[in-house]
Design a binder for this molecule. Structure first.
Ligand code: HEM
Length: 338
């Protein structure tokens, strides 16, 4: 079971997802790029974020891909989208981190990429895999912590026809690849009646290049475990039973609020939609040090309807999580609201 005290940057830049004491599904998209202030710091400056987990998460992704090739796929018609995704993300990285990430146009289709954090430099010709020495989607997944899905738009629908997803929250990329956006969301309770997914689908089909959007999603995970894919359920599923029997200190260390910041980007050359999923994990014992977060998360966990809690896989321990947060006595002085 992996746990580690949350490093200060993981709290300062944590995208706390709750804007109210009650959580319900909604399309909840907003233009990307605007910084969001929180009682602990801020998040939201860029579509790709490098933090103190960079090296550890890239190593974890590499190990997962080595062990299980079904976590990545590029259907043949998505090759142009994979190049488009790679260059778009390299540009984002270079813009967000100009001191360590450098993208230089050498004229025509030739580019040079230098990533000082990885001590890596490559010159490549756009569209030519042999010049890159890799499939472009795989290569870009070695440079960013985000998971990536690419959606093809045809016949008035979106299809998840490519991606590299190593940190799925209770779903299987290998199972879903090739499925439509509407089919993929079939298991989510309530959303059909509410029209959330059909509205999101219409919105995504109209998405324009250079106008990225973002949204958040959340659940809880036991342990600092990024890969809670369906494939590895036998490893992590039993934790949902185990967590009910640990003492309070262990509970606060093990139970993590898991937040995904998802970016929705229309790729300019191929017309595909890129879906970036970045996963942040913060243990309850760290959430509780920020008093407004502690109080609000407790309300949300306690109030969440059973069908949603069941779907998220947290029904057995969400009430205890709410009680744990409510009865938390700050060992460290809580960070006050500015
Ligand atoms: C799950 C909404 C975009 C893939 C969900 C859930 C909601 C949702 C409400 C349930 C989450 C939970 O309770 O934890 C949306 C909206 C989107 C969007 C409003 C866009 C505006 C996408 C895209 C993909 C995607 C582009 C492409 C890969 C998934 C998957 C699940 C999911 C795989 C888990 C489904 C399962 O249980 O098997 N989404 N989503 N979503 N979403 Fe989306």
């Amino acid at each position: 079971m992996t746990t580690a005290a949350a490093r200060p940057d993981l709290i300062a830049h944590f995208p706390f997802p709750f804007v109210d004491d009650i959580y319900r599904y909604s399309t909840n998209v907003e233009p990307a790029g605007a910084q969001v202030s929180t009682p602990a710091g801020q998040w939201g400056d860029s579509a790709v974020v490098v933090d103190s987990e960079y090296h550890a998460e890239l190593a974890e992704r590499a190990a997962i891909l080595d062990a299980d090739p079904t976590r990545r796929a590029v259907l043949p018609h998505m090759r142009p989208a994979a190049w488009d995704a790679m260059l778009t993300i390299l540009r984002e990285l270079a813009q967000a981190y100009p001191e360590t990430m450098h993208l230089t146009s050498l004229g025509g289709d030739e580019w040079r990429w230098r990533n000082d954090l990885l001590g890596e430099e490559r010159t490549f010709r756009y569209g030519d895999e042999s010049s890159l020495g890799d499939d472009p989607l795989h290569y870009i997944s070695t440079q960013v912590q985000e998971d990536i899905a690419l959606l093809d738009q045809r016949d008035g629908q979106l299809f998840v026809d490519a991606g590299i997803i190593t940190f799925a929250a209770d779903w299987s990329f290998g199972f879903d690849v090739g499925m439509s956006f509407l089919e993929i969301h079939g298991p989510v309770p309530r959303v059909r009646k509410m029209g959330v997914i059909t509205r999101a689908h219409e919105f995504l089909k109209r998405l324009q290049p250079h106008e990225p959007y973002r949204r958040t999603n959340w659940t809880m995970t036991i342990g600092r475990r990024l890969d809670v894919s369906t494939e590895r359920y036998p490893e992590w599923g039993p934790d949902r039973e185990m967590i009910q029997h640990v003492d309070d200190a262990e509970f606060g260390r093990l139970v993590h609020l898991r937040v995904e910041v998802q970016h929705l980007i229309r790729l300019p050359d191929s017309g595909a939609v890129m879906f970036l999923i970045r996963t942040y994990l913060l243990p309850l014992e760290a959430v509780a040090t920020v008093d407004p977060w502690r109080a609000r998360a407790a309300e949300v966990f306690a109030e969440l309807p059973d069908d949603m809690a069941d779907y998220k896989g947290i029904i057995k321990y969400r009430t205890r999580a709410a009680q744990w947060l409510r009865s938390y006595e700050a060992l460290h002085s809580p960070i006050a609201e500015p």
